[in-house]
Design a protein around this ligand. Structure first.
Ligand code: GTP
Ligand code: MG
Length: 552
């Protein structure tokens, strides 16, 4: 399913590159003085969800006049936002000011009559536009939804001014764009329409890296079906002696209920879901899920149910990511480094996941002096009554208003932090200690898994239980070598120039794997050869996403 994402959009064209420059310019703060408005996670979710509900997806003919297209649509109401992208054809995402415009458009739309096949009459917000006559087509500017090519990224890193600049450049180039984020929420909203055909009033919410601020262009879209609003017993209204309840069917456990619900939704997506292909039911996993590809948006989707704790984890990561601008820059670089060396993989297995790596970075930043990030226990002490949150008996309470958290006085550079991260974990006593962001200090491992990272909310669980000793050792060896390379560069650093991969770019080279002396030798090779090596390694690594195995 992954290649769908790769075919996305038109990254090679000049228009695309121009657009990329525009999308990235000025969108990332550098240094620790992050001036982005600090909205609550729930506020962002609500705003995005509202937007998505007023939005439609339209498959367009490749030759189209943008002006006439918009004029045609405004007969249903004013449009507040729109953009085009390419993914097996041209698509438009159109956001109306009012929800009513969507119904108006639906009412003016017909179900196609197919030749030999029969259409399943499903009225969604995903349309197909046909034009009778050519309408003076204009050139359409497509937004970019795939990461820049490895070559381009490497070039940018090589021409950066400092290692700090490299880390910020990497973040700027790989982070989700505004438009990609909109498309993610729209996709969830379209899936919600399908699920709501069965469970009226349900919500499909995105979680994971699509919303926690650590998402990279091309990452998967994790979503969960939230039935809480419909299932709430506490909301039942009593009137005098009477209490009315729905007649329902009972099943032996919540897990069975989740499996049955996901199973019917999978059927629906498979048979009637426009644009949904390759539906897989992975219902016996620890966290049952339905995996499918939303072909028209290009997203690989993982739909789960009853997963409120995961949403809470996403909120926590969002808070950590927003507290200090160094956090995201460091996390993106470490994830990219791990991917370049095959420490993470798109195939489930004994590898470290991106989620675990993010936890490790957060823990490391909690251990700095003074700390760059507060502990989860400290965030809990700042919580007020409204922040209180208990999910399935687990205390998930922490302050949700970012503005109540004091910024760190730590002014360390990203360059130093990157080096120290590798040194810290290159020498961490993984054999006896556990990583614990709740307390922000090492703890004795409660069990013998090679890598123990405590689940912040379900504290008896280890989020990296799947990691094998050999994968952990590989991580440690690479961390040590990367620290060594950065230290060497310190001593005899040529002034940064575009001719040789240096700093972060040097750390992404496969040569690191083959030992330090080899790394040194390779560094003397011509830049073109080193860049070629890197490109080959990145290509062979395939796509970015690592799937957590202890969970799925
Ligand atoms: P990507 O690799 O960019 O997709 O990062 P991700 O954070 O979205 O990871 P993934 O898609 O594997 O998982 C989605 C979310 O599920 C994570 O952000 C976590 O909130 C949660 N999650 C992932 N792995 C685990 C795990 O092992 N244990 C628990 N409790 N939650 C997990
Ligand atoms: Mg994910």
């Amino acid at each position: 399913l992954r290649p769908i994402q790769r075919l996305f959009s038109c990254p090679g064209t000049v228009a695309a590159e121009v657009k990329r420059e525009e999308q990235s310019s000025g969108s990332v703060e550098t240094g620790s003085e992050d001036r982005t408005p600090k909205k609550k996670f729930s506020e962002v979710q609500k705003e995005r969800r509202d937007q998505a509900q007023r939005t439609v997806l339209i498959h367009c003919p490749t030759k189209i006049s943008e002006k006439k297209f918009l004029k045609y649509l405004t007969q249903h109401g004013p449009i507040t936002n729109h953009f085009f992208y390419e993914s097996f054809g041209l698509y438009a995402v159109v956001e109306f000011r009012q929800k009513e415009s969507v119904s108006s458009l639906q009412n003016a739309t017909r179900t196609p009559s197919m030749g030999t096949e029969t259409a399943v009459p499903f009225r969604s917000r995903f349309f197909s536009l046909k034009t009778k006559n050519p309408l003076n087509p204009t050139s359409i500017r497509c937004s970019i939804h795939s990461p820049p090519s490895s070559k381009k990224l490497l070039e940018l890193l090589c021409y950066a001014e400092s290692i700090d600049d490299q880390l910020n450049t990497l973040l700027k180039e790989l982070q989700l764009t505004e438009e990609n984020t909109k498309l993610r929420y729209l996709t969830c909203s379209l899936i919600e329409d399908i699920a709501a055909a069965y469970f009226l009033g349900c919500t499909v919410r995105p979680f994971g890296s699509s919303v926690n601020s650590f998402g990279k262009l091309g990452c998967d879209l994790d979503m969960f079906l939230d039935l809480d609003e419909i299932g709430k017993f506490s909301a039942s209204k009593t009137s005098g002696n009477f209490l009315m309840e729905f007649q329902v069917k009972n099943v032996p456990s919540e897990r069975v209920a989740t499996q049955k619900i996901l199973s019917v939704i999978a059927e629906c997506l498979d048979h009637f879901g426009p644009g949904c292909v390759g539906v897989q039911r992975i219902l016996n996993a620890r966290c049952p899920l339905v995996r499918f590809s939303h072909q028209s948006s290009g997203f690989q989707c993982d739909l789960t149910a009853n997963n409120r704790i995961a949403l809470k984890s996403s909120e926590l990561l969002y808070i950590y990511g927003a507290l200090d601008s160094r956090v995201r820059a460091l996390v993106f670089s470490i994830r990219c480094w791990a991917r370049a060396h095959s420490l993470t993989s798109s195939i489930p297995g004994s590898w470290i996941t991106n989620f675990s790596l993010t936890m490790m970075v957060i823990f490391f930043l909690q251990r700095r002096s003074p700390p760059i990030l507060p502990t989860l226990d400290y965030l809990k002490t700042l919580a007020d009554a409204e922040d209180k949150c208990i999910i399935e008996g687990h205390n998930c309470t922490f302050v949700r208003d970012l503005n109540k958290i004091k910024p760190s006085g730590n002014t360390e550079t990203l360059e130093l932090l990157l080096k120290e991260f590798f040194e810290y974990f290159g020498n961490f006593a993984f054999n006896k200690n556990s990583i614990n962001i709740r307390q922000g200090r090492e703890q004795n491992k409660p069990e013998s898994s090679p890598l123990h990272i405590q689940n912040p909310f379900e504290t008896s669980l280890n989020i990296s239980k799947n990691v094998s000793q050999s994968q952990l050792q590989k991580f440690v060896d690479l961390a040590r070598e990367s620290a060594w390379i950065l230290n060497q560069e310190d001593k005899d650093r040529p002034s940064p120039s575009g001719s040789q991969p240096w700093g972060l770019a040097a750390l992404l080279l496969p040569s690191v794997m083959n030992g330090v002396s080899h790394a040194k030798k390779v560094r003397k090779k011509p830049a073109s050869e080193r860049i070629k090596n890197l490109l080959e390694s990145i290509k062979s690594n395939g796509s970015e996403n690592a799937t957590s195995t202890d969970r799925k």
